[in-house]
Structure formats: structure tokens, C-alpha cells
Design a protein around this ligand. Structure first.
Ligand code: NAD
Ligand code: TYD
Length: 399
């Protein structure tokens, strides 16, 4: 029986991860969720999982020593998976301090409590030792590497070497907008308060490994998309706005490129790193799905318009006319300050060492994501009521 402490699991990726592990491992695992339920946390996202006898929930802050210590005192935790974070770049520009507090001090508190609970004397070389099988996984981001150049205006074929080709045989016609990619050796060069706070957290986690011999892994992932994604991020925001006949705010000229990863593929990678990752290693996790923002927005418009025509039952969800779902909805707004141009991950290490690759092509993943949004309007209504309206006005009112 492996016991997980999963922090931030009322949020987007954490909730998907809890679904993934509870369905994969059933009663062979125990899961404790720790979440402060900020604006981004919605306990309904894991409602069914919380009804399981082996999943429990603690409402609390990862910065709170007493709360985290009590969890370790009461449970023999094997894996800590730290998803809890302030995660939205635009919000970090408005309020950097909160990001430093949650993302850096929160991470340090978790590391500290885990180290106290797992300490087990010294090893043969005199270094601190820990109880067997314990691991702390820091969920990080590709944004810690900064921004890559965009070398091509349009996507070009991506050529991968033979070793990688064997692992990713399920994926074809890969494309890229540039010649360089983030590898685990790329120097850290964060450029937003969000990415700077995540970088600091990574460095603290690695410092615990090097200084205290503490069992750590770090995963650095590209942009996720999929079910339970809060509609302040590009993809769910665009879906939500289309259904409500609202303009689609595209920053700058919409030419920035992100590498999109379907969230379930990310969860599979995390599971592998926890079970098979070598202690002290960093693993990059990417989607091989580079796309410019404007193309993403257009694809979502086209897909929703098509679904509405092919399956008229969904038209009842529209707060606009079907004919108005077209590119005229796009509005170019003031660019994000310091907007990173391109992110692109080279996932060769996790592919060749752990056998993972991003299985879901973007066209498949985006259709699933749109359909999930259409079929789960109650979830969307719940998270977009109240404070969301104020946030939207503040962010986009004068943009
Ligand atoms: P999210 O914003 O959807 O969820 C964050 C969760 O953390 C929420 O449930 C929130 O209530 C909780 N939380 C926030 N502050 C907390 C605190 N002080 N104590 C306890 N809980 C707290 O985030 P997400 O998109 O699911 O991202 C999860 C992790 O993955 C983050 O660490 C993020 O940096 C990283 N990441 C995200 C992406 C992405 O595309 N979303 C990509 C790469 C890495
Ligand atoms: P986002 O989903 O916020 O993720 P991140 O900033 O972590 O990459 O944004 C994805 C891209 O979409 C990014 O280049 C900014 C852009 N964007 C818009 O053009 N309009 C929007 O309303 C939002 C939220 C993002």
C-alpha cells in the first residue's frame, strides 16, 4: 500500500492526477489531498474520488507547518506530489508576493515536514538517510527555462532521432516553430514572477537533495489542457467566451507559441517518475504539440461551430447565434508584459529512460476538451460565478 500526499488536487492537474491514480491503482493506494481551496481550487472536481474510502481531504495551506506536520504524524506518507501553487502568469504580474509566498515558502515547508518525518539516521557514507521508498515530487514548469526564439512563422516538420522515433511511434507529422528546445540542461532563466517563483521552488527542492540527501524528483512540463481547466487560461477561456458570445482576447498578435500537452498524458508521466524516476533527477515533459495562440483560437472556433452544426442538441448551451461563431470574435488586445515568445520541450530523457511519450495529438485532445466543457456546464457555471466575474472585468475591462 502506497500512501500519497497530493497537494493542490482541487485544481486542474492535481484533480486529473487523483482521478488517474485512483482508477489505475484502486485500493492498493491511499490518497490524502491537501488544498487551501483558493479561487482555483474546486472540491467538486474530485467529488467522486473523495467518496472513496481510501481518499481523504484536508483543507489547509501548504505553508502551514502544523497542518502539514499533522498529516505526516497521522499517516505514513510515501509520496508527496506537490501541485499546489499560484499558477497564472497574468495574476503573478498583478500580485507577485502571493506567488513567492505560496510557491517558494509553501514548497520549502512541505520539504521540511517530509524531511523531518522521513529521516532515518545516516547511510554508510555518513549522509542523512530516509525511510525506504519515500519520494518528494515537485511539479514544475517549462517556464523556468525562460523563452525560446521562434525561427519560423509557420510550423515546420520536426525531425527526431532514431532512438526517440522508436518510443514515439504512435505520433506522426510532428511540427515545430524553432530550432532549439528546452532540455534538462538548459540554464534556468525565468522571466515572469510566476516562473521566477517556480524556479526558486525547484532550486530549494534540489538544495534539499544535495544538502540533506533528500529523495527528490522534479518534473518540468509544458502547457497542459483538458478537463477541469479553470477558464482564466487560454483554452478554457476561449471555449467559455465562444459559448457566451463574448470577444476572444488574443494578446499581441497571437503569434506566441506554446507546446500543448493533454493533461492525462502529463498524469501518466508523473506516475512513471514517481515509480521509476531516478532520485535527484529532473524530467522534462512535453507534448510535441507546438502551436501559435492564434491558430489555437481559430481551431477552437472551427471545432465548436462544427459540433454545434453536427449535433444541434448542444445549441441550447449557446448564449449567442450560431452564425456569430466565427473569426470576428477574435480581438487583439494589449500584450502581456514580458510575454515569453515560445516554449518547446525536448522530452527525450523521459521517453528513452522511462518509456513515456505524449500520446494525444492536439486535434484529438482539443476535441475531447471542448466536448468535456460542453458536457460539464454546471462545473463551468460553478467556477465562473462570483469572483470570476470581478477578475474578468479587472483583467480585460480596459485592455
Ligand atoms: P491550478 O491553479 O489549477 O491549481 C492549483 C491548486 O493549488 C488549487 O486547487 C489551489 O486551491 C491550490 N493551492 C493554491 N495555493 C495553495 C496553498 N497555499 N496551499 C494549498 N493549496 C493551494 O494549477 P494547475 O494548472 O493544476 O497547476 C498545478 C501545478 O502544475 C502547479 O504547480 C503549476 O505550476 C504546474 N504546472 C502547470 C501547468 C499548466 O499548464 N497548468 C504546466 C506546467 C506546470
Ligand atoms: P496561459 O493559458 O495563461 O498559459 P501560460 O501563460 O502559462 O503559457 O496563456 C497561454 C498563451 O495564451 C500565452 O501566450 C498567453 C496567451 N493568452 C492570450 O492570448 N489571451 C488570453 O486571454 C490568455 C489568458 C492567454
Amino acid at each position: 500500500m502506497i500512501t500519497y500526499l497530493v497537494t493542490g488536487a482541487a485544481g486542474f492537474i492535481g484533480s486529473n492526477f487523483v482521478k488517474y491514480i485512483t482508477s489505475k491503482y484502486g485500493n492498493d493506494i491511499k490518497v490524502i489531498v491537501l488544498d487551501a481551496l483558493t479561487y482555483a481550487g474546486n472540491i467538486n472536481s474530485i467529488k467522486e474520488e473523495l467518496e472513496l474510502p481510501n481518499v481523504s481531504f484536508v483543507k489547509g495551506d501548504i505553508k502551514d507547518y502544523c497542518v502539514v506536520k499533522e498529516i505526516f504524524d497521522d499517516n505514513d506518507i510515501d509520496f508527496v506530489v506537490n501541485f499546489a501553487a499560484e499558477s497564472h502568469v497574468d495574476r503573478s504580474i498583478e500580485n507577485p508576493k502571493l506567488f513567492l509566498e505560496t510557491n517558494i515558502l509553501g514548497t520549502q515547508n512541505l520539504l521540511n515536514c517530509a524531511r523531518e518525518a522521513w529521516a532515518d539516521g545516516k547511510d554508510d557514507t555518513g549522509k542523512p538517510a530516509y525511510k525506504k521508498g519515500k519520494k518528494y515530487l515537485q511539479i514544475s514548469t517549462d517556464e523556468v527555462y525562460g523563452s525560446l526564439e521562434k525561427d519560423f512563422d509557420e510550423a515546420q516538420p520536426l525531425h527526431v532521432d532514431d532512438e526517440l522515433k522508436q518510443v514515439i511511434e504512435g505520433r506522426h507529422n510532428l511540427t515545430t516553430f524553432g530550432k532549439k528546445f528546452f532540455t534538462e540542461e538548459t540554464p534556468l532563466s525565468p522571466r515572469s514572477p510566476y516562473s521566477a517563483s517556480k524556479t526558486s521552488a525547484d532550486m530549494i527542492a534540489m538544495a534539499y537533495h544535495h544538502t540533506y540527501n533528500f529523495p527528490v524528483n522534479i518534473t518540468r512540463c509544458s502547457n497542459n489542457y483538458g478537463p477541469y481547466h479553470f477558464p482564466e487560461k487560454l483554452i478554457p477561456l476561449v471555449i467559455h467566451n465562444i459559448l457566451n458570445g463574448k470577444k476572444l482576447p488574443v494578446y499581441g498578435k497571437g503569434l506566441n507559441v506554446r507546446d500543448w500537452l493533454y493533461v492525462e498524458d502529463h498524469c501518466k508521466a508523473i506516475d512513471l517518475v514517481l515509480r521509476k524516476g531516478k532520485i535527484g533527477e529532473v524530467y522534462n515533459i512535453g507534448g510535441f504539440n507546438e502551436e501559435s495562440n492564434i491558430n489555437i483560437v481559430k481551431l477552437i472556433i472551427d471545432t465548436i461551430a462544427r459540433i454545434m452544426r453536427e449535433e444541434p442538441k448542444y445549441q441550447s448551451l449557446l448564449n449567442c447565434n450560431l452564425e456569430d461563431i466565427n473569426y470576428d470574435l477574435i480581438t487583439y488586445v494589449t500584450d502581456r508584459p514580458g510575454h515569453d515568445m515560445r516554449y518547446a520541450i525536448d522530452p527525450t530523457k523521459i521517453a528513452t529512460q522511462l518509456g513515456w511519450y505524449p500520446e494525444t495529438p492536439f486535434t484529438v485532445g482539443i476535441e475531447k476538451t471542448i466536448r468535456w466543457n460542453l458536457d460539464n456546464q454546471q462545473w463551468i457555471d460553478d467556477v465562473t460565478s462570483g469572483d470570476y466575474q470581478k477578475y474578468y472585468e479587472q483583467m480585460y475591462g480596459n485592455r
